[in-house]
Design a protein around this ligand. Sequence first.
Ligand code: COA
Length: 422
Amino acid sequence: MSVLKETLPLSSVDPGDRDALRAWYTSSRAAFLEAAPTEADLDERSKAIAAHRLTAVRDGERVVATLRTFDSELTMPGAGPVNVDAVSTATVLATHRRRGLLTRMLRADLERARLAGHAFATLIAAEAPIYGRFGFGAATRATSLAIDNTRVRFRDDAPAASGSLEFVTGALDEAALVHDAARRSRPGGLHRDAAFWEAANRRGAGRWIGTHGHAVLHRDERGTADGYVVYELRDESVGRVVTGTTTVLDLTATTPAAYRALWEFVTSIDLVRTTRAKDRPVDELLPHLLLDPRAVQTGPVDDFAWLRVLDVPGALAARRYLGCGTLVLKVVDPLGLADATVSLHVAPQRCGADGWVCAEITTTDATPDVVLGVGELSSLVLGGTSAVALHRAGRLDCSTADAFALQTLFATPEAPWCPTWF
Ligand SMILES: CC(C)(COP(=O)(O)OP(=O)(O)OC[C@H]1O[C@@H](n2cnc3c(N)ncnc32)[C@H](O)[C@@H]1OP(=O)(O)O)[C@@H](O)C(=O)NCCC(=O)NCCS
């Protein structure tokens, strides 16, 4: 048995080096309880992650720990996308767990990202207890829907379904454009690169016959794509009783009319009684459009994207605000990367035409109104977590009035939503 495993060095892996990539993926897949990659998997992944940063820890010939990170964009409240360090494929083999390998890989990457000028890192946590100690906080949440199609009736005052629907039989290029427009306007939206859509295209073979990978595009009256749905069908009939299920994998629209048309379409497919959907926003519009909102059963709600503030002034300046006021925040970082005391000043006269306000952020040595961990700030910054709830949970050191003030400043009109796995 080799000694001092925790000093095994970190090294980078070239995604173009086939043998190194195979060893790297074999290890990461084992940690995720998956089979080793096939040559076809490696063909696909080597293209998809060509520009990503891959870290490996080797013990002799074997890769025992992996980390993959890449630059992406995440949409901030009222301010559009900012560059973020996206973190993925964090794995350590069972033989080497709990010896600090994840800690070393992650710390090295967060330090690099901070020096590269990123104000945030982001990831999707396999298990919720892992990442708080590294300064991450759950920032977006997502839920599932189960819809009883037989009870779906749209209200008369719901946005009228206009335009047209068509099956997509080629590449999902127009759906990608719709997604890109939508993700830029809602906090939490994440960039999907060409590799994401290539993988979606591959999964969607046979898009209008059979059960898998259907994609339908909505066009407005001028013929411009403004919404799409990707779904699968399953026939679960018992005897002659029809009980098919539709599973919505992805549904995005840039207008309420397209949104209504797509949900009306997908909940009214003949021979199907139930529609399920995953990774949906917690403030889904659909129940508000229906005469019987209980046709849509919602839950469970779980965290989705986690954020990690790397630069407190940069992170607070990256978004805009709807309230006004001044608070001095003292942010404490368990890794010592982003400790700061800042004055967050949002003045009404700086109000933009759309109501969103740019804040003035200055570092200060004034007495803080709120003392909080960097993970708590990371949870709050997209507006998806209640400062009042964190205060009641004992995670913000401040007065009740200042927790209210923080909540008012950070609130967003729509819940942040990230439906993109990475
Ligand atoms: C999660 C994983 C990467 C952790 O790697 P690791 O090298 O064992 O982690 P570390 O030794 O650096 O752990 C640091 C701390 O986090 C804790 N921790 C690590 N994984 C944890 C988990 N799954 N649940 C709770 N705590 C965890 C450790 O106990 C340790 O705590 P301590 O400092 O109080 O002793 C590894 O267990 C793994 O590969 N799991 C399966 C794949 C997976 O879930 N990956 C995460 C993808 S998002």
